[in-house]
Design a binder for this molecule. Sequence first.
Ligand SMILES: *Cc1c(COP(=O)(O)O)cnc(C)c1O
Length: 222
Amino acid sequence: MKPIEPVYKELREELDSIREGIEVIAVTKQVGVERTREAVEAGIKHLGENRPEGFLLKSETIKDDVNWHFIGNLQSRKVKEIINRIDFLHSLDRMSLAKEIQKRADHAINCFVQVNVAKEESKSGIMPEETLEFIKSLEKYDKINIIGLMTMAPNVEDEEVLRHVFRGLKSLQTEVAEKNWPHAPCTECSMGMSNDYLIAAQEGATFVRIGTALIGSESEAE
Ligand SMILES: *Cc1c(COP(=O)(O)O)cnc(C)c1O
């Protein structure tokens, strides 16, 4: 596999040329502890995992000063295992999950609400038109701090389709932020993966989540 550091440097330069301050979350779900450690040694400060098992294994081994992002679908029965150990949850998408977090968290958790902007059957996330009401109703939960919105774009090449989805999330994020709800500053946009991060960055991403193009996959050949 390619060394991470030069790839990360190039990625940083690319993103900085679009806008300063876009954070890179290295998605390490497809690699083991050693490769994850290499990412940390390359200077990466945000790591993303999508399964409780992978997250627990890595966060118990890697004790460096990094931010752990849980980016996968989170089953309610798994909340208690991880919620007080993560720094950011990207997949808050239903009231039952919010209730479970409220019950299990010992401090306010930084959450992104996952929005199904493209309305794909196969994807989780709340519908765009339900997002404002959903976030408003989280007001009563003091263990939930809505710092932004997250989406996964459809797996297509068409740049205009992708741009439209990212613009949709950005505009919804701005709309929530303008409400000035104390529980929902909603300043962040988590969008963009290996195939579409440049477009996402151009359209206002503040966090991109990159696996394959940065970290690779250990099931792949060299
Ligand atoms: C796997 C995953 C990513 C990273 O995907 P790549 O295409 O490998 O960059 C980003 N976000 C989520 C939610 C993921 O599950």
